[in-house]
Design a protein around this ligand. Structure first.
Ligand code: HEC
Ligand code: HEC
Length: 441
């Protein structure tokens, strides 16, 4: 089992040992190369102070203590209680990682000697969204900056205003000391230079997409590290922390997922940590998600309902059996079958338009190319076969058309489409988890 987590979306894969997460899109898991880590160039710190307003304090408390799960990692937890809440009076005071004692989630409270008392607002901002420590070090991706990166400027400011108002807790801890061999392959995030406005919040699915993104639901609920990734949100990611070990659930609207849920069941599951009478593992962070208000829970559910249904039965209450869908052993694995991708026949002339490089907002790149016969010579860029490559991974995966506009492959967890502008030029690549790659060449 792997253990670096990383969440640079699409890319990378995630972690696993422990809570994991990462999210993003399209791709199949790719291990970051040493070159990626070499490109680590944090931006200089800015002299900003976020105005301490009451609205920010409230919004910051709401986000920090619910979706963003900051204290689930930055506190010692009481595993004897349902949901394993942070230990009383030590909220945010830092934590030495269970099975990796070299990894320390630092004390975020404003204690001058052992905490963040002397850090600036921008040190927090750069750590949260760009993965850079207050001292300029590259943070280990167990810190989910890959998902927090999507926080709007205003939400980020709110979180920071709230953190700075926490009661200081004196809690001396060692510093993180990442083993040398792991340092070489750590994923990096590009500096965020441009403003991050509030996302489009015009309908429930869009609002839910933002909430799911910053909470990294897909990070835990996608089996990034499995031999076969059944699909985004299709569950089967082995989540471990300390002695706890459990496979994440399928959250797609399939009968094997949450197809039978309604708003009320979703709300009660998240609020109580029980699906009807069945108790959920404390590795599912319901203990903080239960602080979400009814509107946000409704929007999250609307977003999940709008995902592509994927059949993948995962039941932690049953003994583990081989699962042909993800290649792992988990409860009710034997109720699944191997993913099949059936190609439809389409006009491959459009392939030439898709060829190019696509850039995601965190700098992650996808390359689309073609090979093979060129449709009677009409197609100058060649090819009746379409391929995808992730970041600098030299391995090409052949894409299979499953409709006139949609492509996938057995080892890609997602379905890809290409978007054209009014002039008919291909401008973007879209994935079903709302990741958008802009065509740059
Ligand atoms: C899944 C676990 C996890 C979650 C969730 C998480 N963190 Fe972290 N965070 C870590 C770990 C582990 C580190 C230390 C990484 C390292 O030292 O390389 C860290 C590092 C940091 C740092 C850098 C501290 C320094 O020394 O400069 C800050 C700031 C931070 N986290 C803030 C937050 C905030 C705010 C949230 C919620 C928005 C949050 N974290 C959520 C695990 C987490
Ligand atoms: C740290 C990893 C992690 C994160 C983040 C996470 N989950 Fe989970 N979730 C799990 C695990 C593990 C389970 C399975 C627990 C079990 O079977 O006892 C689970 C179970 C669930 C279930 C119960 C499904 C069922 O009927 O069995 C729901 C609903 C759910 N998660 C929703 C969400 C949503 C929504 C988000 C984002 C807001 C989210 N989860 C984020 C780990 C996670």
């Amino acid at each position: 089992m792997i253990d670096v987590n990383s969440c640079r979306l699409l890319t990378v894969f995630i972690i696993l040992t422990t809570v994991t997460a990462c999210h993003r899109t399209v791709p199949a898991p790719v291990t970051p190369t040493p070159e990626q880590s070499k490109t680590f160039q944090p931006r200089a710190l800015r002299d900003v102070v976020f105005e301490r307003t009451r609205a920010r304090l409230e919004r910051g408390k709401y986000l920090t203590e619910s979706l963003l799960q900051c204290f689930i990692c930055h506190s010692d937890r009481d595993w004897t209680k349902p949901g394993a809440p942070p230990v009383a009076n030590k909220k945010g005071a830092g934590h030495i990682w269970e099975d990796r004692p070299w990894l320390v989630a630092p004390n975020l409270t404003p204690d001058k000697e052992t905490g963040a008392g002397d850090w600036t607002d921008d040190m927090f901002a750069r750590a949260i969204r760009e993965g850079v420590g207050h001292d300029g070090r590259l943070l280990y991706p167990q810190m989910w900056s890959g998902s927090f990166r999507s926080l709007s400027d205003e939400d980020l400011a709110s979180v920071i205003v709230y953190l700075r108002a926490l009661p200081p807790v004196h809690n001396p801890l060692p510093k993180t000391n990442i083993p040398e061999e792991r340092k070489k392959t750590l994923p990096t995030l590009e500096p965020l230079i441009d403003p991050v406005p509030q996302p489009d919040l015009s309908d429930a699915v869009k609002r839910g997409a933002y909430l799911a993104r910053i909470a990294d639901c897909a990070g835990c609920h996608t089996a990034w590290e499995a031999p076969i990734v059944p699909g985004f949100y299709a569950g089967g990611n082995l989540i471990e922390r300390g002695k706890e070990k459990v496979f994440s659930a399928n959250l797609t609207p399939d009968s094997s997922g949450i197809g039978y849920y309604d708003d009320a069941l979703f709300r009660s599951t998240i609020r109580t940590g029980h699906v009807k009478a069945r108790k959920l593992s404390s590795l599912m962070p319901w203990i903080v998600f239960r602080n979400l208000n009814d509107d946000d829970l409704k929007d999250l559910f609307a977003y999940l309902r709008a995902r592509r249904p994927i059949h993948h039965v995962v039941d932690n209450t049953e003994p583990p059996t081989e699962c042909p869908a993800c290649g792992q052993k988990h409860g009710y694995g034997d109720r699944n079958s191997k993913k099949t991708v059936v190609a439809v026949s389409i006009d491959t002339n459009a392939y030439a338009d898709y060829v190019g490089r696509y850039r995601f907002d965190d700098g992650f790149m996808i390359t689309i190319s073609t090979e093979g016969d060129s449709n009677g010579g009409n197609n100058l860029n060649g090819g009746n076969k379409l391929f995808i490559q992730f970041a600098s991974d030299p391995h090409k995966i052949e894409l299979v058309p499953i409709s006139a506009t949609e492509f996938t492959a057995a080892d890609i967890p997602d379905v890809i489409t290409f978007e054209r502008n009014a002039q008919g030029q291909v401008t973007h690549l879209l994935s079903n988890v709302d990741e958008v790659g802009k065509k740059i060449e």
